[in-house]
Design a protein. Structure first.
Length: 235
């Protein structure tokens, strides 16, 4: 049986209307195995694992999106436009920019600044401001309150480069503008959602901060459960 895209092997109907997307496919596997009832794997292409199951009786999918805006751009586009997904919630890791942002803080990205040229693909007559779905944003804040999990809501920065020759100058500029944290995917997700008329939200957990010991791959995969619980509450 042919499938709609070269990157996802799911048949139509195998992916839920709401998809949680961590960058690491092993984090998707962890969520499926520890939070979902009766998870079924719908994708293994390029080891970008995807699963559909139920959470408290509601059907939900979880799938990795890889690193960077090109990768997020491909998967979110295909989910929105070929699989008719309505909501994508990124649950990722990020680096602190503001000094009062602490390790393991949960940040909800109301907007996503970027140094990327991703928006040029839409041939817009000006500068587009990538923002979250207010519907998902407000529900996430309420869910966090009900779960007793503190969150911060504000601007994040989606970068195209992980290793930067002028990293200090780069972060200083965003710090002055009140940007809370840096990551590499939200802006592309928000733009794709806007173009498709769908809903998107990015939540991140702070995994590294200058001068402090960063989290390990295993910790990022298995211990960012607060963010996962908030996202699952939105399904």
């Amino acid at each position: 049986m042919t499938t709609p895209t070269p990157h996802i092997t799911a048949s139509i109907g195998e992916i839920a209307k709401t998809v949680l997307m961590p960058g690491d496919p092993l984090r998707a596997k962890f969520i499926a195995e520890n939070f979902l009832d009766n998870p079924v794997c719908f994708n293994e292409v390029r080891n970008m694992l995807g699963y559909t199951g139920t959470y408290k009786g509601k059907r939900v999918s979880v799938m990795g999106h890889g690193m960077g805006m090109p990768s997020m751009g491909i998967y979110s586009y295909e989910l929105f436009n070929f699989y008719d997904v309505d909501h994508i919630i990124r649950i990722g890791s990020s680096g602190a920019i503001q000094p009062d942002v602490k390790m393991r803080d949960i940040i909800i990205g109301m907007g996503a600044c970027t140094d990327s040229n991703y928006a040029k693909s839409f041939n817009l007559p000006g500068t587009f401001a990538p923002i979250a779905s207010y519907e998902l944003l407000s529900k996430a804040v309420e869910a966090a309150k009900e779960l007793g999990l503190p969150v911060r809501v504000g601007n994040i920065m989606s970068g195209d480069v992980f290793y930067c020759d002028n990293a200090r100058e780069h972060d200083e500029g965003w710090l002055k503008m009140g940007v809370l944290a840096s990551e590499m995917e939200a802006a592309a997700l928000y733009m794709n959602a806007a173009r498709a008329g769908k809903h998107a939200l990015c939540m991140v957990t702070i995994s590294d901060k200058p001068g402090e010991k960063p989290t390990t791959a295993a910790e990022r995969e298995q211990t960012f459960t607060g963010m996962m619980q908030i996202a699952l509450a939105l399904a």
